[in-house]
Design a binder for this molecule. Structure first.
Ligand code: GAR
Length: 218
């Protein structure tokens, strides 16, 4: 008999395009994670309405009504327990979580960040990459640790930066790859095959791939 699928919550704050990519992947019955809850800190998040319309259980834990981060995270925790959640995917969830909450979920909570970590932690990653003149930018899925946009890296995708890029065009190129690596990383993490060794995540069956060189030498 195959292992039970991990009961997974997706936490969002906005549009939910990464949420949609995770939902699509988890539709397959042999995917090792099952999406059982979509939760937002913003009751009006478009992604929340979309998940609800698709028949998923949804919850809003509005950060504005809590006195502080501890109280907000306690409410989050209660909601996750009520839905017997095993695993969390942060997908455009724009609230910092307390160290206590993060530690309680260590190894069971992953995040997608729109940059090649450890570069460009925080906000406005595409603007900052363009300002620095980097030729290669990208996105990262990582286990969540108390430090923001840090933690063992599960998957990354790199994209070229083009001469006429704006933050919007570059962001769209990165986002397309986010939608590829997030389902892949969830599959790997939920399959139980990954080993966290310090900052490194091992066991993701590496394949020999050509280098991404920008500009292309040929
Ligand atoms: C994504 O680009 C995600 O990487 C980013 O927010 C966007 C959410 O879009 N996350 C962060 O910046 C977290 N620090 P989505 O709602 O369409 O998935």
């Amino acid at each position: 008999m195959s292992a039970p699928r991990l009961r997974t919550a997706i936490l969002i704050s906005g549009r939910g395009s990464n949420m949609a990519s995770l939902i699509a992947a988890a539709k397959s019955p042999d995917f090792p994670a099952e999406i059982v809850l979509v939760l937002s800190n913003r009751p009006d998040a478009p992604g929340l309405a979309s998940a609800k319309a698709q028949g998923f259980a949804t919850a809003a834990v509005d950060h504005k009504i809590y006195a502080g981060r501890e109280a907000f995270d306690a409410s989050l925790q209660a909601m996750l327990e009520a839905h017997r959640i095993d695993f969390i995917c942060l997908a455009g969830f724009m609230r910092l979580l307390t160290a206590g909450f993060t530690q309680a979920w260590q190894g069971r909570m992953i995040n997608i960040h729109p940059a090649l970590m450890p570069s460009y932690k925080g906000l406005h990653t595409h603007e900052r990459a363009l300002a620095d003149g980097v030729k290669i930018h990208g996105c990262t899925v990582h286990y969540v640790v108390p430090d923001m946009d840090a933690g063992p890296i599960i998957a990354q995708a790199a994209v070229p930066v083009l001469d006429d890029d704006t933050p919007e065009t570059l962001g769209a190129r990165v986002l397309a790859q986010e939608h590829v690596i997030y389902p892949l990383a969830l599959k790997l993490a939920a399959s139980g095959l990954l080993h966290i060794n310090g900052q490194r995540v091992l066991g993701a069956a590496p394949q020999a791939l050509p280098a991404l060189i920008v500009p292309h030498p040929h």
